[in-house]
Design a protein around this ligand. Structure first.
Ligand SMILES: Nc1ncnc2c1ncn2[C@@H]1O[C@H](COP(=O)(O)OP(=O)(O)OP(=O)(O)O)[C@@H](O)[C@H]1O
Length: 250
């Protein structure tokens, strides 16, 4: 499978005097769902901001389909869809208008837009709310709008930041089903989450960040074998390592 995202020896953060990320390297291939895991402040959101191009690496590089953001900013950005942890909607646009604006930004044709948006509206049970403004939405409904916008465009890479907090069980399952479907069609997904039991079921691989460095990376089987317990859950391994009860495994 081709590599979609390549992060090499990334040092980054908000000020050069106090970098947050230290020598972070990983790849995501086509069709992979990779879980980005770590305690509060470990550097997950900072990693995501670096990939999105909201922060510039102090050193190292990030390539999406072999190109850095500097080489072609527009095409780089169009290959990514981002679902933020906190929904950011335009208060003056209806749900329909959010979807239309996304379709325009990503140059979707009318037929594709109509087919995909209908399906997403049904899946997230929001068909009746298409003319509503965000002020009338609950937090979970706002989150669903962001998810629908991301899945409307079908990019090479989805970046999903903590999707499981705030969604109802049907919303969570719909999102998991969509991610599985997109993976099958070759899309790559980087998902940051604290909900390790769900991550364990759905992610192909994990990147565990601790204090801005990759502490462990690999499939659950690989992580279990390094931990020395073939039945341990990701949660158990992560808690033991983060509490310093066992040494880091990489
Ligand atoms: N805007 C900012 N300016 C300066 N430092 C920041 C900023 N945002 C985060 N940091 C620092 O960067 C480090 C990593 O934070 P980050 O938000 O990447 O963690 P996280 O793993 O996403 O945590 P959480 O699980 O709490 O969302 C922390 O030490 C934090 O204080």
């Amino acid at each position: 499978m081709d590599t979609v995202l390549s992060v090499k020896q990334l040092n980054g953060g908000y000020s050069r005097q106090r970098p947050v990320l230290h020598d972070v390297s990983f790849e995501i291939k086509e069709g992979e769902l990779v879980g980005l895991v770590g305690l509060n402040g470990a550097g997950k959101s900072t990693t995501i901001k670096q990939i999105l191009g909201l922060l510039t690496p102090f050193s190292g590089e990030i390539r999406l389909r072999e190109k850095t953001i500097q080489e072609d900013k527009i095409s780089y950005r169009q290959k990514i869809a981002y679902v933020p942890e906190l929904p950011e909607l335009y208060e003056q646009l209806t749900l329909d208008e959010h979807l239309q604006m996304t379709a325009m930004a990503y140059h979707l044709d009318k037929k594709t837009y109509e087919e995909r948006s209908e399906r997403l509206l049904q899946l997230f049970h929001l068909e009746k709310k298409r003319r509503w403004f965000p002020i009338h939405f609950s937090k979970g409904m706002r989150q669903k709008v962001m998810i629908m916008c991301a899945f409307l465009v079908r990019p090479d890479l989805y970046i999903v930041d903590e999707p499981f907090v705030g969604l109802d069980p049907i919303g969570i399952q719909s999102l998991l089903d969509l991610m599985t479907e997109m993976k099958k069609s070759g899309a790559s997904i980087l998902m940051s989450t604290h909900v390790l039991a769900t991550a364990e079921q759905y992610c192909d691989r994990f990147i565990i960040l601790h204090e801005g460095r990759i502490a462990i990376e690999g499939t659950l089987d690989k992580i279990r074998s390094r931990f020395g317990d073939s039945k341990a859950s990701l949660h158990e391994i992560y808690v033991a390592v983060a509490r310093g009860e066992t040494k880091w495994l990489s």
